[in-house]
Write a protein that binds this ligand. Structure first.
Ligand code: MLT
Ligand code: MN
Ligand code: ZN
Length: 312
């Protein structure tokens, strides 16, 4: 058995999709219910997680518009080793969506340039369509590191005995991207986090449009999968009268139905921990007493909440 100190920790800072839960302008049953304090509904901030070995230095995955609130709720990310300090040692982006990059602007008071890891495609979108990199050059500055998608491992000095292997996903770049209708490999990534001390592997993909053979291999090799929980059905936003878009048009594979995420999760090796993240406010699984949530319980699938910590 492994001693606790050999484990790394993945902390969920925000478990909701873009818009958050409740979404500021939404009065759907879920949003109205959580606003009214109905039991069985829990508010959630927008999509972000952080990974650490020593509990002081963290690799942030995605920088959400809610990052300041998230940091207030996660004291470990402010280790207070100096008058001005942060536990955020580096940031890695899974895509260039507004809910995953806007928080970079909130980190501008740093004393050192922001160490930012992202694919060339994502770095391009946040240098042009949403010109964050140029804007931040007038504040802390950004040191960019291109994320390779050839299977090679990424390492960070503050995460010893650990590495990460990113892979390209078939999904969608953000609506503001000139490539929205012509997606490229690298617009969205998934990533396997590996703890070499325990052999633990966590596969993280908050925006998953398709289970490609490469994604399936990464999911099968993982002890924990933390994956796209955006929509229960493909037509969820259409039926709610909130959008004309199918889940797949937005780059998100729905959970239910033939070919849905749950069918894939059911085929993973026994013992795989399965957790949904990036949950849209319309999704019925947010309601703890819903039939959909009971279906997840029966399938052994968890729904992430803000503050959840996964040790692996
Ligand atoms: C998405 O992943 O589709 C986003 O949450 C959309 C958004 O940020 O508006
Ligand atoms: Mn999103
Ligand atoms: Zn809503």
């Amino acid at each position: 058995s492994k001693s606790m100190s050999e484990f790394t920790v993945l902390r969920v800072l925000g478990s909701s999709a873009g818009g958050g839960f409740p979404q500021w302008n939404c009065n759907c049953a879920n949003c109205a219910g959580v606003r009214a304090g109905q039991p069985g509904l829990q508010a959630r901030t927008q999509s972000s997680v952080a990974w650490s070995r020593n509990g002081q230095d963290w690799l942030l995955f995605n920088a959400s518009p809610d990052i300041l609130t998230q940091l207030q709720r996660a004291p470990a990310l402010q280790p207070a080793r100096a008058l001005r300090d942060t536990g955020i040692a580096a940031v890695c982006l899974m895509d260039a969506q507004i809910d995953h990059v806007t928080g970079l602007l909130m980190l501008r008071e740093r004393g050192q340039p922001l160490e930012l890891w992202a694919t060339p495609e994502v770095l391009g979108d946040i240098a042009t369509g949403f010109p964050l990199v140029g804007m931040l050059s007038h504040y802390c500055g950004v040191q960019t590191h291109p994320v390779p998608l050839d299977g090679s491992a990424l390492r960070w000095s503050f995460l010893p005995d650990s590495h990460a292997v990113p892979l390209a996903l078939s999904s969608k770049p953000p609506p503001y991207s000139p490539y929205r209708l012509a997606p490229r490999p690298g617009d969205n990534i998934g990533i396997t986090l590996v703890n070499e001390a325990t052999g633990g592997r966590l596969f993280y993909a908050p925006g998953l449009g398709d289970i490609s053979p490469e994604v399936w291999l990464a999911m099968q090799a993982a002890n924990v999968v933390l994956v796209d929980g955006t929509f229960w059905t493909g037509e969820e936003m259409i039926h709610a009268g909130l959008s004309k878009k199918h889940a797949l048009d937005m780059g998100h594979l729905p959970q239910s139905g033939p070919g849905g995420l749950l069918e894939h999760l059911a085929r993973l090796p026994a013992g795989t921990r399965k957790v949904l993240i990036h949950i849209n406010n319309t999704n019925p699984i947010l309601r703890e007493d819903s039939p959909e949530r009971r279906e997840l319980d029966a399938a052994g699938v968890e729904v992430a909440v803000d503050g959840l910590e996964i040790h692996f």
